[in-house]
Design a protein around this ligand. Structure first.
Ligand code: AMP
Length: 139
């Protein structure tokens, strides 16, 4: 079964589309956290960032890059939080990769992205070194 976002791509359900090209689509979030809250998706269905092929990832980022200033300017925002909930454990509900562009305003009561987990991870230097080496070895 196709995701709700694929149904938007296919025109089966309505959305407030703000940008479209061959491989990506952007539309307003149906339950906005702020005026202008926009989602950017690849038209093809990939569940997580990890699944997105490199050429599509480039297109996706290009659209995000193009949309961030447009969204901010449209709603006269002071800034924006730009983020992916990448996987269920990170709060992803729709299994079709999407980037949230959430306009932010001075004094809007929201926090930085650091607030998405309970607190800082308590890690020793040797653990940090090991993790850095492990990540580097996989790139
Ligand atoms: P996430 O928790 O990252 O998977 O976010 C999914 C987002 O999709 C939520 O912010 C929803 O409000 C939004 N959403 C769900 N259905 C629709 C829809 N039909 N049109 C626009 N946005 C939607």
């Amino acid at each position: 079964m196709s995701t709700i976002f694929s149904q938007i791509v296919d025109g089966e359900i309505p959305a407030r589309v703000v940008y479209e090209d061959e491989t990506t689509l952007a539309f307003l979030d149906a339950n906005p956290l702020a005026p202008g809250h926009t989602l950017v998706i690849p038209k093809d269905e990939y569940e997580r960032l990890n699944d997105v092929p490199e050429d599509v990832a480039e297109d996706l980022y290009a659209t995000v890059h193009h949309l961030v200033p447009a969204v901010e300017e449209a709603v006269d925002a002071d800034a924006s939080t730009v983020a992916f909930n990448n996987g269920e454990a990170a709060g992803q509900e729709v299994p079709h990769v999407h980037c949230h562009i959430v306009p932010r305003f001075e004094g809007d009561g929201g926090g930085p992205i650091h607030g998405v987990v309970g607190g800082p991870a308590d890690l020793e230097d040797d653990e940090l070194d090991e993790i850095a080496d492990d990540i580097e070895s996989r790139t």
